[in-house]
Design a protein around this ligand. Structure first.
Ligand SMILES: Cc1ncc(COP(=O)(O)O)c(C=O)c1O
Length: 416
C-alpha cells in the first residue's frame, strides 16, 4: 500500500476511528472559523456563541493588550528566531522577573509551550528514577512520562487525586531512589483542584518532587486575602498561592496560552534547576521561540492583570455561576465542584454525542465536544468554558439551550 493512502498504523488503529469520522463530517471538529465578533464566531453561514475558548480573562480581545504588539514588533521584529540558548531579547528577562514576583516563586523559566516543557523536563527530572503519575493527568504529562520511561525511568500510575494510593506507592520504592510525582493543577475536564497540600506533604515526607501542571488555573485562581473580589482569590497567581502552599519540593508549570491568550509557558523552580535546564532542556537549546507578538501580550497582560484583573475575575465568577446555577437547577450532573469556569456535562450514553453536538450547533452554541478517545468512554460529553468576554445575552442563550437539551436527551442526572 503506497504511503499516500495511509500507513498501516494510521489505517488500522481503531482508537481514532470515532474522532476521524466526526472530523471528516465537519462542523464539530476542525472547524474553519471565518470571522469573530467578540465571543461570537462564524462557521460557514452560522454565527455561534463560543463556549470553547480558553481565553478565560478575555485578554485576546482587550484593546490595551492588542495595542501593545506594534511597539514590540518594531523593536524586535516579528520573531526572534534564535533559540533561547543563543540569544534572549531583553523582554524575556523582563517577563521572567515579573512572573517570579507574581507567583512569589524562587525563580521562573519560560519556554514556548507546556507540551515542550513536559516532553523535556519530566525526563530530565526523572533520570533513571521513578515517576508516579496521576491516572487522570493531562495527555501531555503522560507523553512526557512515556519519554522519561524510554530514557530509563520506571513509571507508576496512582488513582486520580488519591493521596493514600500515592503514599502506598512511594513507601515501597527503594531507599535513595529519585521520585517525581506528576499531577494536574486545575483539571482541564472537571475544573476541580487536586488536594495539593496533602500531595505536597506526602511528597516532602518521601523526598519526592511534586510536578504540577496548572495550565487552567493560572490567571484565574490566586492568593486568598482581604478585599478579594471572588472566591477565585486575588492576582490569578496560580494554585500554589491559592492554596497557601510553598514551593518547597514543588515545580509548578503553567501557560499563557489560556488566560493570557499568548503562546508562552513557564516553570516556577529553584534557580539551580533553571540554570541546569538552560543547558539540558532541548526546547531552550534548539526550539524556535515564541513570536514577538506573544511576548508583547504577556507583558501587557501582566499590566492589565495588575490594574483590572481582580474585577475581571469577579465578572468571570459571576458569569460562571449564572451557568452553573442553571445546570444545578436543571438537575444535570457535572463534575465541577470548584465553581471554576470549566463545566463538563457528561452524557448518559456516549453514543449520543454527535446528536447532542449538532443540537447545540443548531441552537447557535459552540462547545468543546469531548468524544472518545479525547476522554474515556464513560466521560463522553461536552465541556462549556465560560470567559469574561462572553456577554450575558450569550449566557442566556446557552442556558435556554441547556433547558431544551435536558428535555430532549439523556444527560446524567444528579443523584437525588
Ligand atoms: C492541563 C494542560 N496541560 C497542557 C496543555 C498544553 O499546553 P500547551 O498548549 O502550552 O502545550 C493543555 C492544553 O490544553 C492542558 O489543558
Amino acid at each position: 500500500m503506497p504511503f499516500s493512502q495511509g500507513s498501516d498504523s494510521t489505517r488500522t488503529d481503531a482508537r481514532w476511528g470515532d474522532l476521524e469520522r466526526l472530523r471528516a463530517q465537519g462542523g464539530l471538529y476542525d472547524a474553519v472559523i471565518e470571522e469573530i465578533d467578540g465571543r461570537r464566531i462564524r462557521i460557514g453561514d452560522s454565527w455561534l456563541a463560543d463556549f470553547a475558548s480558553c481565553n478565560y480573562l478575555g485578554f485576546d480581545l482587550d484593546p490595551e493588550i492588542m495595542d501593545s504588539i506594534a511597539a514590540q514588533v518594531s523593536r524586535w521584529g516579528t520573531h526572534p528566531s534564535w533559540s533561547r540558548l543563543l540569544g534572549n531579547p531583553r523582554i524575556y528577562i523582563d517577563i521572567e522577573d515579573r512572573l517570579t514576583e507574581l507567583l512569589g516563586a524562587p525563580d521562573t523559566l519560560v519556554l514556548p509551550t507546556i507540551t515542550h516543557i513536559h516532553s523535556s523536563v519530566i525526563t530530565l527530572l526523572a533520570g533513571q528514577g521513578h515517576v508516579l503519575v496521576d491516572a487522570q493527568a493531562h495527555k501531555t504529562i503522560y507523553d512526557g512520562c512515556s519519554i522519561a520511561r524510554g530514557n530509563g525511568a520506571t513509571l507508576h500510575r496512582f488513582r486520580a487525586n488519591d493521596v493514600e494510593h500515592l503514599e502506598d506507592q512511594l513507601r515501597v520504592l527503594p531507599a535513595g531512589s529519585s521520585r517525581l510525582v506528576c499531577i494536574d493543577g486545575v483539571n482541564s475536564m472537571t475544573g476541580n483542584l487536586p488536594d495539593l497540600s496533602a500531595m505536597a506533604r506526602v511528597c516532602r515526607e518521601y523526598d519526592a518532587l511534586l510536578y504540577v501542571d496548572d495550565a487552567h488555573g493560572f490567571g484565574i485562581v490566586g492568593e486568598r486575602g482581604p478585599g478579594e473580589t471572588s472566591p477565585y482569590g486575588l492576582r490569578g497567581n496560580s494554585i500554589v498561592q491559592h492554596l497557601g502552599e510553598t514551593y518547597d519540593n514543588i515545580v509548578l508549570v503553567g501557560g499563557f496560552s489560556k488566560s493570557y491568550s499568548s503562546l508562552l509557558a513557564f516553570l516556577a523552580l529553584p534557580t539551580w534547576l533553571k540554570n541546569h535546564l538552560k543547558v539540558a532542556a532541548p526546547p531552550y537549546l534548539y526550539s524556535g521561540p515564541s513570536p514577538t507578538a506573544s511576548l508583547a501580550t504577556v507583558m501587557a497582560g501582566f499590566d492589565v492583570n495588575e490594574s483590572r484583573g481582580d474585577q475581571i475575575r469577579a465578572d468571570l465568577y459571576r458569569k460562571t455561576m449564572k451557568v452553573l446555577d442553571h445546570v444545578h437547577a436543571l438537575g444535570l450532573e457535572t463534575p465541577n465542584t470548584s465553581n471554576l469556569p470549566i463545566i463538563e456535562i457528561p452524557l448518559e450514553d456516549g453514543r449520543d454525542i454527535e446528536d447532542v453536538a449538532r443540537f447545540l450547533l443548531s441552537h447557535g452554541i459552540y462547545v468543546t465536544v469531548a468524544a472518545y478517545p479525547l476522554v474515556a468512554k464513560d466521560q463522553v460529553g461536552f465541556r462549556i468554558q465560560v470567559t469574561a468576554a462572553n456577554t450575558d445575552e450569550e449566557l442566556d442563550q446557552l442556558n435556554a439551550t441547556l433547558t431544551e437539551l435536558a428535555e430532549r436527551f439523556e444527560v446524567r442526572r444528579k443523584a437525588a
